[in-house]
Design a protein around this ligand. Structure first.
Ligand code: A3P
Length: 310
C-alpha cells in the first residue's frame, strides 16, 4: 500500500501551519460559540488530553459507564480546528455534541481563536507545559502521528522548535500571547502540566473554583484515581489507541507522563543553546515559570524573575 506523504508546514498569517488546520478556516473563524462552551487551549503536548478527561469527568462522570467505555475522548471533546480530509471537521463534531456544556479543545494561537469565544465570554482553560518537555513530547508525537510533519532527527527538530518552524509555530509566542490575554480577560484560567503533576488535588481545586463546581471529596478522589497516568495509559477511550494514523509502536501517545524527561534527551550543548533562545524570546514577557508561580501560590502580580528551570 502506498504511504501517504507527511504534510508540509507553511507560513499562515505569521504562524507555521499545515492544511489540517487551514482547510476549514472560514468555517472555523465563523464558528458560533455558546456562552456556556468551555474551551481548553494549549500548545501541542501540554497535557490537553489529561485536562480534557478531567473536565469530561467533572461534568459528565455521573452519566453512567457507557460514555466512559464507548466514546473516545476526541469525540467527547472535539478538536476545534481539525480538518482532515474524509473525516468530520472539528467544527462539525462540536456542533453535533448533544451534551452541555460543550467542552472543546484547541491548539490555536490566541489571535486565531474564533471571535465568538470572546464575544460570548466563554470560559477558557489554558494549559502550559514547560518548553523543554513540550519539545521532547512533540518530537516523539510527530514521529508516531502520520498526520504531522516529519520531525527529522532530534537535533534538527529542536532547532526548528526554537525558531517556531513546527506546526502551530513558536511555543514562546503561544504561551506568552495567551498569558498577555489572560491578564485583562478574567474568564481564562491559566494552569500548567506541572501544577497537575506536582499537586493534582490543589490544581483540581483551583480548576473547580474557576468553573464554579464543587464536587464532593469522594467524587474528587474517584476522579484523581481515574486520571492517573497509568490508568489513562491503559484506557482505550483516552489513549488514542483507536486512531489508526497514530502508530503507537513507534511511540505510545501516553508516552512517559513525567516532568523533566527533557534531561534524557538534551545534550549539554543543546541545553545551553535552548536556554539562550529561551532567555532571548521571553525577555519581554512577565511569564517566567507558571508551574512555580502556581505551586508557591503566588499571584500574577508577582512574576518570578529567575529563568524557567524545570
Ligand atoms: P509525554 O509525551 O511527555 O509522555 P497532549 O494531550 O496535549 O497531546 O499531551 C500529551 C502529553 O501529556 C504526553 O506527554 C502524555 O504522556 C501526557 N499525559 C497525558 N495524560 C497524562 C497524565 N494523566 N499524567 C501525566 N502525563 C499525561
Amino acid at each position: 500500500m502506498e504511504r501517504s506523504p507527511r504534510p508540509a508546514v507553511f507560513d499562515f498569517h505569521g504562524v507555521c501551519m499545515t492544511e489540517m488546520v487551514t482547510n476549514n478556516w472560514d468555517n472555523l473563524q465563523n464558528f458560533e460559540a455558546r456562552p456556556d462552551d468551555i474551551l481548553i487551549a494549549a500548545y501541542p503536548k501540554a497535557g490537553c488530553t489529561w485536562v480534557s478527561y478531567i473536565l469530561d469527568l467533572l461534568y459528565f462522570g455521573h452519566m453512567g459507564p457507557d460514555r466512559q467505555t464507548s466514546i473516545p475522548i476526541y469525540k467527547r471533546v472535539p478538536f476545534l480546528e481539525m480538518a482532515n480530509p474524509n473525516l468530520p471537521t472539528g467544527t462539525e463534531m462540536t456542533n453535533q455534541l448533544t451534551t452541555t456544556p460543550r467542552i472543546i479543545k484547541t491548539h490555536l494561537p490566541v489571535q486565531f481563536v474564533p471571535k465568538s469565544f470572546w464575544e460570548q465570554r466563554c470560559k477558557i482553560v489554558y494549559v502550559e507545559r514547560n518548553s523543554k518537555d513540550s519539545a521532547v513530547s512533540y518530537f516523539h508525537f510527530n514521529h508516531m502521528n502520520k498526520s504531522q510533519p516529519d520531525p527529522g532527527d532530534w537535533s534538527s527538530f529542536l532547532e526548528k522548535y526554537i525558531e517556531g518552524q513546527v506546526m502551530y509555530g513558536s511555543w514562546f509566542d503561544h504561551v506568552t500571547n495567551w498569558w498577555e490575554k489572560w491578564q485583562p480577560y478574567s474568564h481564562i484560567h491559566y494552569m500548567s502540566y506541572e501544577d497537575l503533576s506536582l499537586d493534582l488535588g490543589q490544581a483540581l481545586d483551583r480548576l473547580c473554583s474557576f468553573l464554579g463546581l464543587s464536587p464532593s471529596a469522594e467524587e474528587k478522589e474517584k476522579l484523581a484515581a481515574a486520571v492517573k497516568f497509568d490508568k489513562m495509559k491503559e484506557n482505550n477511550m483516552v489513549n488514542y489507541s483507536t486512531v489508526p494514523i497514530m502508530d503507537q509502536k513507534i511511540s505510545p501517545f501516553m508516552r512517559k507522563g513525567k516532568v523533566g524527561d527533557w534531561k534524557n534527551h538534551f545534550t549539554v550543548y543543546q541545553n545551553e543553546m535552548f536556554d539562550q533562545g529561551h532567555k532571548q524570546k521571553m525577555k519581554n514577557s512577565t511569564l517566567k515559570c507558571i508551574a512555580r508561580i502556581n505551586h508557591f501560590n503566588m499571584t500574577k502580580k508577582l512574576p518570578l524573575s529567575s529563568p524557567q528551570d524545570l
